[in-house]
Write a protein that binds this ligand. Structure first.
Ligand SMILES: [Zn+2]
Length: 508
């Protein structure tokens, strides 16, 4: 009986934690051959390449084996997973060997591809190898997510107001407040919440000499806006897997349900508060939020406050314009205009509100479940797309499970109503505030913002009008119609700081 001729193939897999060395694989294969009286006519090796990322035919050692000039009947390998982790790759390798009338045998797996029965059994084993590879990929992804969830810094710039410190609970670095800077971030947030413009925040930072992120002498509008919009303010981590462009993505790290992962230990705000803050910045397209250089020098005092009263309860916001070479306002819907009236509005404001308490409203959005609905909807949309793209059946099922859970969660969250609380902080009296503002339009504007909800403008006759006629066109919506004052120590003691009045409004 002629002795079988065999070649040996060995490979190191970097994915394996305790990888069997090539020398040991070769030794085992030689013993295997010797025990059967086979003659080893060649050895071929590949190392340092993971089977997951590499087909056998892409490896130099395997290609040399296929092209070897000497005839052989069997290829001895250590285990099936040395050769391939995907069924298709394994079968392709087997097919290539069949062309040479050779088959694979494995030392550690009961595989003998030199017989039909052995080949069928090997196919089953290859399936398990593939499952194992899928598990390893999932573990690698989970490890990265875990690092992020644990607050570990995984690269990227640390936002202003935070710094990376040694993780007190383990290895690596975590984010923590930078004690030298976090109060400046708090100051920015409080001011935007109180309705100050980003430009006013820039001025404040320059005045108090807050260090800039870049080390430059003065603050810029964009820098402030970027800091205030950073999701880390709410303890969320920017996370944009697959984003290979230089454009900063806006998504954040999410849990298995697709909801944001929040690390409250580094947050300054609740997620809902931060969203309210971002919404305020988004809404603030009125002149007051723009840098002074972008505004004309006159008549900015009432922009954004004036509404045309000719279109029902909703109204139409009036834009600034020039009327007979005077600064004024016009309605984009009906084209009515008004000019030369601001001193009258100020006079009326001081007459009606001067001796009243100036309340500054701070919006607090309390997280009902509904606050999460936009996140849930967004994740559902993403899942729709991912399910359609999924080519792997198991991956698709996992995504569908996630979608089903999320739909249940959406039902539950819809039941919980959100609530917006307006906290009103007393800030002295309006006349004092107006005097303190002096000629600073920005500061005056902030005072008027605390007084007026809207100033409604109705149509009037053309031509020159008396102050009374102009005033007759205006209706004032005050922010605090039932406020305190005029102030006397006995009847209306001014609440101290922290003794805020709460006005609760439903979010609808
Ligand atoms: Zn109008």
């Amino acid at each position: 009986m002629p002795s079988r001729r065999a070649v040996v193939y060995a490979r190191i897999s970097v994915a394996q934690e305790a990888s069997v060395s090539i020398a040991r694989q070769l030794e085992a294969a030689e013993q295997y051959a010797a025990a059967r009286g086979w003659q080893v006519v060649g050895t071929f090796t590949d190392d340092g390449v993971s089977a997951t990322h590499n087909k056998p035919e892409d490896r130099a050692g395997w290609r040399a084996l296929l092209a070897a000039p000497q005839p052989y009947d069997a290829v001895i390998i250590w285990k099936v997973d040395r050769l391939a982790r995907r069924v298709l790759d394994f079968l392709n390798a087997d097919e290539a060997l069949q062309g040479r009338k050779a088959g694979i045998v494995a030392v550690e797996d009961p595989v003998d591809m030199t017989t039909a029965q052995g080949r069928a059994f090997a196919q089953v084993l290859a399936v398990f190898g593939e499952l194992e590879a899928a598990t390893i990929r999932a573990r690698v992804a989970a490890a990265r997510t875990h690092l992020l969830k644990a607050g570990r810094v995984v690269g990227g710039t640390v936002p202003y107001g935070w710094r990376s410190v040694r993780n007190p609970e383990g290895a690596g670095l975590v984010l923590a407040h930078d004690p030298d800077r976090i109060d400046y971030v708090r100051g920015m947030v409080e001011r935007v919440q109180r309705g100050h413009s980003v430009y006013a925040v820039v001025q404040w930072l320059d005045e108090v000499g807050a260090p800039t992120p870049s080390g430059r002498a003065s603050w810029s509008y964009n820098t402030v806006e970027r800091i205030v919009r950073h999701p880390l303010l709410a303890g969320m981590t920017p996370f944009n897997p697959g984003n290979t462009t230089k454009t900063r993505g806006t998504d954040v790290l999410r849990d298995a349900d697709g909801l944001p992962v929040v690390d409250e230990s580094v947050a300054l705000l609740a997620v809902g508060e931060w969203r309210a803050l971002v919404a305020r910045l988004d809404d603030n397209d009125s002149a007051q939020s723009r840098p002074r250089a972008l505004r004309s020098k006159t008549s900015a005092l009432l922009s954004g406050l004036l509404w045309c009263g000719e279109h029902g309860d909703d109204g139409v916001r009036m834009h600034r314009c020039t009327v007979s070479r005077r600064p004024g306002y016009t309605c984009p819907a009906c084209s009515q205009t008004i000019s030369n009236f601001e001193p009258l509005v100020v006079e009326e404001f001081l007459r009606q509100k001067g001796e009243r308490v100036r309340w500054t409203r701070v919006e607090e959005v309390h997280e009902g479940g509904a606050a999460l609905l936009p996140e849930i909807e967004q994740r559902l949309d993403e899942l729709d797309a991912l399910i359609r793209q999924a080519t792997d059946r198991d991956a698709r099922r996992a995504l569908q499970d996630q979608q089903a859970n999320l739909l249940d969660l959406r039902d539950a969250k819809r039941e919980e109503a959100p609530s917006v609380t307006l906290r009103a902080d007393p800030a002295g009296f309006f006349n004092e505030a107006w005097e303190a503002a002096g000629e600073d339009v920005e500061a005056r504007r902030a005072v008027l913002d605390d007084a007026f909800e809207r100033v409604w403008v109705r149509r009037g006759g053309t031509g020159r009008r008396t102050p009374a006629q102009v005033l007759a066109r205006l209706t004032f919506d005050w922010k605090m119609p039932e406020d305190l004052g005029p102030h006397t120590d006995d009847a209306y003691p001014l609440p101290g700081p922290g003794e805020a009045v709460l006005v609760t409004e439903g979010a609808d």
